[in-house]
Write a protein that binds this ligand. Sequence first.
Ligand SMILES: Nc1ncnc2c1ncn2[C@@H]1O[C@H](COP(=O)(O)OP(=O)(O)OP(=O)(O)O)[C@@H](O)[C@H]1O
Length: 255
Amino acid sequence: MPLSTHPKVVSDPLLQASDVAKAYDGKPALNGVDIAVRAGELVVLLGPNGAGKSTLLQLITGLFTPDRGSIAICGHDLRSGIVPALAQLGVVFQQPTLDLELSVEANLRFHAELHGLPGNQVRTRIAAAAERFGLTDRLHSPARELSGGNRRRVELARALLHEPRLLVMDEATVGLDPASRRDILSHILSLRAAGMGILWTTHLVDEAAMGDAIVVLNRGNVVFEGAPAELAARSQPADLGNAFLRLTADTDAAA
Ligand SMILES: Nc1ncnc2c1ncn2[C@@H]1O[C@H](COP(=O)(O)OP(=O)(O)OP(=O)(O)O)[C@@H](O)[C@H]1O
């Protein structure tokens, strides 16, 4: 008797960027980039300095618009439906963005109100987020009294308060000590397990190994897209770092 076949269910992407191009003063930064992130998927955007990662994230987060191409979040095109699109997006920026004079609670409340969460939900969501990220006893401390690792936890908690389905993190572990870095990475893995789609930008090859897929950007072009093992296999013996350096060998970073 033949085994029954269960076709793999492939969900619609939470993020779909198609043929995205952007130039600064006529100098191309992105040359027609395609990238997709699905529910429960961690996609690592890997690229050396100047590859175009921040530019792509600025376009995805709606800070400015591409010269060409389209970006949709949960099926909402950023040009025609930016409000419903951004409602499904959580972002942790590379640069710290907490107001250090405000308490942790006030930082979280400000974000909740920006997203128009009903008053009766704000308190319970903040309490639940604080519990999840081990911040309950720091809620009333000014953000400036927190360690770098705890500040990043607050930024992650804040990015999730409005319950987005897609999370974008830009070099989120830069400057953290190894324990804090591990802490943030383990939160990311549990968010993935809970079905969140995550786009993780880094130039650290060891972080890329935890991705379901790696997209390598170099000089504004996608030069690789596939599983970490596939990328590693491009070097002999298989090694992610060497394969990445070879792919991006024409840049200063590779030198
Ligand atoms: N505001 C800007 N004005 C002019 N050129 C810019 C601007 N922002 C980025 N660029 C240029 O666009 C290209 C891509 O830069 P981008 O910052 O997106 O790369 P990146 O991969 O994020 O680099 P890094 O890892 O160094 O942050 C680079 O050549 C950069 O010099």
